[in-house]
Design a protein around this ligand. Structure first.
Ligand SMILES: Nc1ncnc2c1ncn2[C@@H]1O[C@H](COP(=O)(O)OP(=O)(O)OP(=O)(O)O)[C@@H](O)[C@H]1O
Ligand SMILES: [Mg+2]
Length: 320
């Protein structure tokens, strides 16, 4: 049997495209552009996490999700009745100290605070931080109350999985003035309740975000990219370690959520924070599978910012 040259060419193109489209994860972009990595909630290059794009420029029709990712912690099918009760009582003996002064203030949450007093906790309170949980529904018209609550329940559930959870509950507005406090008193005498805020008390992790280091900020683009590459390897090592040990995959892998420790100018370790987007992984998940997946889907630099919580809510069951 003889085939014409054009038939052979078509066959080769077809085979190549099948292999490229069928590759397990998206290819790493070569043209990385620095963006504001602390402006949250943001994940960089969300597109490549959600969609596989072939080198021939075709979009695969289905999002890719490795089989070891079982689901989002904030998915209503994964949350239990118990998970939904975490903010139901007041943390009466918790007193906040001061709000962290972050380079890029959070877009959603009500601030990250240090603790002044917390009698229920027997350890050192300087090891704790409090996050005032966001109400996404007030800021994003496409996120409803229930979805917003589920995101917060999911964050607490993930924190429990990884062992960084200390407590959760409700507190009064820590920024209220003396007159507000008097008004609260008057309200409570009348039987009205003051507005309460859901918070999570969590363990403070070591290290600092890359952008908080002066030498990183003053480096040229090449220098920043090289440092971020090192940090990415360390981040993915930690992501894989935690996924294997605690069955939780960090899903918001941006530079604002990786706390780096340096030895001189060499980054030597990373601790993960902000479990607002996280996934339950199956038992027996392999370190290498998670590490490779993380390396291929984590893009610290991009010229696009995507509101990841919204994207996750929109992709109800299959965010990848
Ligand atoms: N457990 C922690 N240990 C140490 N620092 C933390 C911890 N959690 C938060 N921080 C600090 O607070 C910053 C913001 O916290 P986080 O990333 O949780 O919220 P966000 O991304 O700003 O807001 P949102 O959750 O609303 O998107 C971090 O970049 C880090 O500097
Ligand atoms: Mg963050």
């Amino acid at each position: 049997m003889r085939f014409s040259p054009s038939f052979c060419l078509a066959l080769v193109v077809c085979l190549i495209s099948t292999f490229v489209v069928g590759a397990p994860y998206p290819a790493q972009p070569t043209n990385e552009v620095v963006t504001n990595e602390n402006s949250v909630p943001v994940v960089v290059n969300q597109t490549s996490e959600l969609w596989e794009k072939s080198q021939l420029g075709r979009r695969a029709s289905k999002p890719i999700q490795p089989s070891w990712i079982l689901g989002r912690f904030s998915d209503s099918k994964i949350l239990t009745e118990e998970d939904r009760k975490v903010f139901s009582s007041e943390l009466k003996d918790l007193k906040l100290d001061s709000r962290l002064n972050l380079a890029d203030p959070a877009l959603n949450n009500g601030g990250i605070w240090t603790v002044k007093e917390y009698k229920t906790y027997h350890g050192d309170i300087s090891d704790l931080l409090v996050k005032i949980m966001p109400d996404y529904s007030t800021k994003h018209s496409d996120i409803n109350h229930e979805q917003s609550d589920n995101l917060n329940f999911g964050e607490v559930k993930a924190l429990k999985h990884v062992g960084d959870f200390v407590a959760a509950g409700l507190i009064k507005d820590p920024e209220r003035s003396v007159t507000d406090r008097l008004k609260d008193k008057a309200k409570s005498l009348k039987g009205d309740k003051p507005h309460m805020y859901p918070v999570v008390v969590m363990k403070k992790k070591q290290g600092n975000t890359l952008s908080s280091f002066g030498f990183y900020r003053s480096a040229n683009r090449n220098g920043q990219v090289m440092l971020a590459r090192e940090v990415k390897k360390l981040t993915c090592t930690e992501v894989a370690r935690v996924a294997v040990a605690k069955r939780a995959l960090h899903g918001d892998r941006n530079l604002g959520n990786a706390l780096v420790t340096f030895n001189g100018i060499r980054p030597i370790s990373v601790q993960l924070i902000d479990w607002g987007i996280a996934f339950l992984v199956s038992e027996g998940t392999k370190f290498d599978d998670v590490f490779q997946y993380c390396m291929k889907t984590t893009k610290f630099f991009n010229n696009k910012s995507v509101d990841v919580r919204r994207a996750v809510v929109a992709e109800t069951s299959n965010p990848y």
